[in-house]
Write a protein that binds this ligand. Structure first.
Ligand SMILES: [Zn+2]
Length: 83
């Protein structure tokens, strides 16, 4: 009698282009060209260091936030544990 009609959607949050203007103080416009936020390895999630991009060193807030919806029925029921 189990009803499993509810479509579960996993929300994956990605942080893409860095839009940190490094020349703002000079009234210019200069981006560092970083295209994807990459969390530094070896840091605890939620820590201050984990919020800095390993590629360009900018805070995660400078990266454009993109939410990707992943329908769960396309996947197997195995649960991934990522640290
Ligand atoms: Zn940056």
């Amino acid at each position: 009698m189990a009803t499993d009609n509810a479509l579960k959607v996993e929300m994956l949050v990605m942080y893409k282009e860095c839009i940190h203007n490094h020349a703002a103080s000079n009234r210019g416009f200069l981006l560092d060209g970083c295209g994807l936020f990459e969390g530094p390895s070896g840091t605890t999630t939620g820590s201050r260091e984990a919020m800095l991009c390993a590629v360009c060193g900018c805070h995660r807030n400078f990266h454009q936030r993109v939410v990707v919806e992943i329908p769960q029925h396309h996947r197997s029921s195995s649960i991934r544990h990522q640290q």
